[in-house]
Design a protein around this ligand. Sequence first.
Ligand code: ATP
Length: 210
Amino acid sequence: MRIGLFGGTFDPVHYGHLRPAVEMAERYALSTLYMLPNHRPAHRGPAAASTDSRIDMLEMALGDAPHLAVDGREALRDRPSYTVDTLREVHAEQPEATLLFFMGMDAFAAFDTWHDWEGVLALANLVIVNRPEAEHSDFSAGLLARQQANCGPDIVTGNSGVIEICDVTQLAISATDIRRRIARNLSVRFLLPEPVLEYIGQNSLYRESQ
Ligand code: ATP
């Protein structure tokens, strides 16, 4: 069994998250790819929308999309969300499963700032999703080169520590840009799913300039 985990703030979720999620679930034949909204992002300030709103938006966005689901465990933690803790929990629940942790290239470039990133690599394989304008840092380029030089198992047979770059349809959409547009009263139609757009309007989210 192969499980995918895609962490993020999803503030709000948009097609730049969703389309890669569909492509990655297909490419790696995942039983399920879980989108994991964090409660208090470990690397940044508080989210603009509440945890509940971000989960509601994710659930609306996914609808009944096959092989995609929301996992609220990080959102329910009342302390910074550490990926390594989540991976430990999932591993304890499903010890036979290969865990693939997905992150955008921008996140991977700063992976050395993550709490116990070596622990993350000891529990899961990493799939790095290409993202427009995102580039390697010296650290991420070095880590990838070291891992590839080891020529170990591939991403679907290895159980941890394998890193692979994954090309997905490139969508230059960011949540920051969406929040800024809403605050300036500009349309965000077609950047995210219609039900999420309606939810944002109904709940007057992201109106404050940031
Ligand atoms: P913000 O603009 O608020 O930083 P974001 O759009 O980057 O938000 P996050 O919730 O921070 O969204 O991202 C969650 C994960 O999705 C991260 O690993 C990020 O790199 C990845 N990601 C976000 N947008 C894209 C995109 N357009 N293409 C590929 N990956 C993306």
